[in-house]
Design a protein around this ligand. Sequence first.
Ligand SMILES: Nc1nc2c(ncn2[C@@H]2O[C@H](COP(=O)(O)OP(=O)(O)OP(=O)(O)O)[C@@H](O)[C@H]2O)c(=O)[nH]1
Ligand SMILES: [Mg+2]
Length: 461
Amino acid sequence: MRRQSKIDLEDTIAAISTPIGEGAIGIVRISGKDAVKIADLVFKSKKGGSPSGFRSFSTHYGYIYDKAAVVDEALLTSMRAPKSYTKEDMIEINCHSGIIPLRKTLELVLDSGARLAEPGEFTKRAFLNGRLDLTQAEAVLDIIRSKTDASLRMALGQLSGRLSSRLDDIKERLLGVSANIEASIDFPEEDIEIISEADIKGHLEAVKGDLAKLLGSAEGGIILREGLTSVICGKPNVGKSSLLNALLQRDRAIVTHVPGTTRDAIEDLANINGIPFRLVDTAGIAPTEDVVEREGILRSRERLEQADLILLVLDGSADMTDEDRILLSDTKDRPRILVINKTDLPRRIDLRPLEGNVSVGVSAKEGDGIDGLKKAMERAVWSGRASAAETGSITNLRQKQALKDASGAVERAIESIEKDLSPELTAIELKDALGSIGEITGEVINDEILNRIFSQFCIGK
Ligand SMILES: Nc1nc2c(ncn2[C@@H]2O[C@H](COP(=O)(O)OP(=O)(O)OP(=O)(O)O)[C@@H](O)[C@H]2O)c(=O)[nH]1
Ligand SMILES: [Mg+2]
């Protein structure tokens, strides 16, 4: 049931599809049944031709006109339905960039009968017109926003339909089982070939296993899409800010020999072996009389609470102190890596009490061991989780929730067979499961969810 509001699709929409600002070119995009008619009103090619006479996928040099006056020089590309991004007639006008000429062209297009597009409305049409399913439309947004190569690869995989095809496969199998159960309900007396209950249960167990696998990929998918927060903590002067700079490969935080240099948390995004990490450098944690420093330490502790992964820095060139021991014990049950810093200096720290912990030696100052630390961070993220880049995986919470619902329904269907309940009940659970899977791909969807998804897009996409 693909619910489309008719009125929405009746309109011809237009928007500036390039970022606002000075650039080489800017694009005004038009989509809908009047796109070509509108283009005819505002554009003439240099040779005097009009867009209604242009072949699909041809580009023409000419001028934008406001009645008789030339507004801009432009290249116009016409893409006729259904071979366009939205599956509707589409016109793209490449203008000179700059706010004034672009706005002027857009205004002319709007005056000629188009409506200003809402955020994501072009992609929403691609979905409503059946060119993309919902996971693919979401992938378009993820591509625009991808933070690392690995996140981009995952989003491209999703756009190409990898997740959709895994879901389709599950759906087909559920439909097959469903059809069998329905037949046994409708023709109980007849001697038709119906698979046994044991077989049905076997099929459902297999589906349940595949759903669990997909759910297992969700965490990794969401991490690649949204990233993780890693907090660098330790007592003053152990080299936390130096470590932040080394991981970012630039001088982001101030480094001095004075303990208590960092007062407020400093954060930045880093690409750690393909995983987007938000790295947070914090004020060194130690007892202090200084009011500002104390406030900083309070914040350090707050940030620690939110960390997905803690990098606890110790000075390898000095003996451990009680301050180190307190932090070690405070963070012992959290995902963490011990970073033994200053390996360029003679080692003094006694590592024996730290045996059994994940630890990496580095010299933040010289950059030694940083690659090893990155590997350890990557391992910490994927340990016990499926890496998400290569297979079709769940990438957001909306998909994950619907998948959980589907999995729950399949489980209940299996239970109903085990308890020998009436096949009608099994059939209802399977219908629920199919409904939840349909929600992920967008076959069953309500306007509220659609609006929530597409409002995250920018205007013109
Ligand atoms: N030899 C050596 N010195 C280092 C290394 N890393 C940091 N340092 C020095 O240690 C001192 C403190 O470095 P910071 O990075 O400011 O330490 P911090 O932990 O951020 O300190 P606070 O912000 O004061 O808590 C500076 O003099 C650094 O040059 C290292 O790997 N080797
Ligand atoms: Mg610092």
